[in-house]
Design a protein around this ligand. Sequence first.
Ligand SMILES: Cc1ncc(COP(=O)(O)O)c(C=O)c1O
Length: 383
Amino acid sequence: MTQYNFDQEIDRTNTNSLKWDNPLYRGKDILPMPVADMDFQVADDLIDTINTINEHGVLGYSLVPNSLKIAYQAKIKDSYDWDTSIDWQVWIPGIVPGLTLACATFVSSQQSILTAIPVYHPFHLIPEWVNRPLLTFNMVEIDGRWVYDFKEFEEQLKKKPGVFLFCNPHNPGGTVFTKKEINKIISLCNRYDCMILSDEIHADLQIQKNLKHICIGNLLPNDFPSISFFATSKTYNTAGMGGAVAIIPNVQIREKFIKHTQGIFPMLSRHSIEIMETSLTMKNAWLDHLLEYLRINHELLLAFINQIEHLKMLPLEATYLAWIQYDAEIVGDFQQKLYKNGLHVLRGDQFLGNNFIRINIACTRKSLETAMGIIKKTIDAAH
Ligand SMILES: Cc1ncc(COP(=O)(O)O)c(C=O)c1O
């Protein structure tokens, strides 16, 4: 079986990479760690799939084959123990467009959209995009995890938002929600008649080995107004290919959603369809090796950050996106200072979290070590 080498340095410049070809970097030596994709080559089977399509060379319109539908159904059952029907599947170009369209479709112009903060930026931007008010509540640190402030959550639900946007595992912060927490979310949304849109794109990126992803859909009655979104793209590093699936058990919700996709969502490309199917059916150790590599990167960064006086990081339960808090009185504008020293990370404000940075650790160990060196140099210079 192939032993994947995630230490291999791959030059991603001049590939139209959002992460590496940022025009801001022109003429500068910047290590980029903002955008959530990985610096690793995909599994061999995915390269074979792409090569087969390219050799055939015909790229007309495609349909989603039954084999892909069955493969996703099996994935959801095998990995998350949720029995779903293939009739519940709606294939979409990506999760963010799916969430946006669902908000535009199911939230009336008088209603608001609720989400926890800090959060992946489209969650707090979608309300602006679809012209609905945003309601937020805070995540708080309890026992070394980022969890919901359920009191605030309920206070906001009393204002009757149309939907609650759930991110599980949570980006940023990496929380894998427990069954107890998910049941509490369900009971509160049920009490205040709030639809649930659940984004589970990071479900397979478990940093803590003992934790199991729980689908909210598995704990909801089938007629509950909800949509659960899944994709293989984050796990297998194929984000540029697009493709995702919305699981919608409630038939009225499903039909209304499908109606609103028409003329708006493009058909999936042949590449996207076949990449998804290969991701779901290939039998190789790429993901196991990836997770081992990410876990070591995570351990190194966690230990490094928490021995620096003015920085703090909670262990990630899932995702490869580290969420690091800093003391702004001592460190100042940390993100800018890091950038000046050659490291680009995202400013916490982008996720509505003050005095944080978010770092993508799905990079080679060498890049991670370079990043840690720049962090150390920046902190040492700050006091
Ligand atoms: C929580 C979350 N949802 C969705 C996405 C993007 O999904 P898509 O590319 O399918 O729109 C990301 C990308 O980082 C993400 O972190």
